[in-house]
Design a protein. Sequence first.
Length: 206
Amino acid sequence: MSLKKDTAKVMLCSYSDISRIFADYHYKTAQIGGGISRCFAMFINNKLVGGSVLGVPRHESKYPKSIDIRRMACTDSAPKNSESYFIGQVISWVASNYDYDYVLSYSDLTQNHIGTIYKATNFKQVGETSPTKYIEWGDKKYHPRSLSIDREYSRRLNIAIENGQATIKTGLPKKIWIYTISKKQKRKKVHFNNYSDVTPNQLNLF
């Protein structure tokens, strides 16, 4: 069944509001390092079905006036086209509320993510990264930057590396995708409500 747009809404939120989405439906799980600029939650029929995180690109000087989709995921129950609708809504909000010219994202070939969703939403592939490094610990994978973050899971990850429970592996490159924000999109005013302003009985979470 395809998404009915009149049943969907996107809201601003905090990371804690959507972390469960990533824990259950993203290969990187809920652990996230680096800076977070803005988070979004998508609801269908008042049920949370998606989360997205934006942040300044790691290589900011290489991608000036760009914001990075650092993470995005939808539940398995989300209707067809939910993710493309979600990306479109996030881009519209960015164009209206930030002074960015580009939206950046990556598809990880190690995870068999070839970027189909980005092609469908008018991103252009502009290259590939070097082969990626990742840390495998049990059934989870972590970015090597996780080792240098001052958080509890990072400390446990370092210990796991030392005792051989976790290993650093080399994967495939990531495809680099860029969306160019048009002047028309920047002129359009887009406003999202903030989830923190919504009373609990207005939305049915999970």
